[in-house]
Design a protein around this ligand. Structure first.
Ligand code: CMP
Length: 139
């Protein structure tokens, strides 16, 4: 089934100038870019985006990290896009991610892991809406 998912390239990867290379990995895998924008989340917005992790020991560090600079927010489309993107992105900790995955190539540690990728249809819908990527006409 043709499906949409959401990915966010994290601030340190954007700052290192890796946005284009990460997007190229996704496009090469057949994921089509439907929407894309750069934006800088406030700490409050970062808290909202990662609400499911509130209370975890790393939560405040995660909020500070994600709100430290601009991110690249992207809607991608493909058959089975959610599963395909998660496989391409790899495990949360880049040290545990398989060879050939984005996190293995671009991630630094389990916080600075290059990208976020939606884990299920409901979260993909929520995250696309959170970033205001649903309003205008389809690309
Ligand atoms: P992401 O897939 O965006 O979802 C939650 C994020 O929290 C995760 O990627 C990492 O950036 C971060 N994270 C997850 N586990 C840890 C951890 N143990 N320590 C620090 N950061 C973490």
């Amino acid at each position: 089934m043709l499906e949409q998912t959401f990915t966010m390239i994290k601030p340190d990867s954007v700052e290192r100038g890796e946005t284009g290379r990460i997007l190229a990995r996704m496009e090469t895998a057949g994921l089509v870019i439907k929407r894309l924008k750069m934006l800088h989340l406030s700490p409050e917005e970062a808290r909202q985006f990662y609400h499911m992790h509130a209370g975890k020991p790393f939560f405040e560090h995660l909020v500070a990290y994600i709100s430290a600079g601009p991110v690249c927010a992207v809607v991608l489309e493909k058959e089975d896009a959610i599963r395909e993107l998660r496989a391409l992105v790899g495990a949360t900790d880049p040290a545990e991610a398989d060879e050939g995955t984005i996190r293995r190539e671009f991630g630094l540690d389990n916080r600075r892991n290059a990208v976020h990728a939606s884990d299920a249809p409901e979260t993909a819908r929520e995250e696309i809406a959170f970033f205001g990527l649903t309003l205008s006409r389809e690309a």
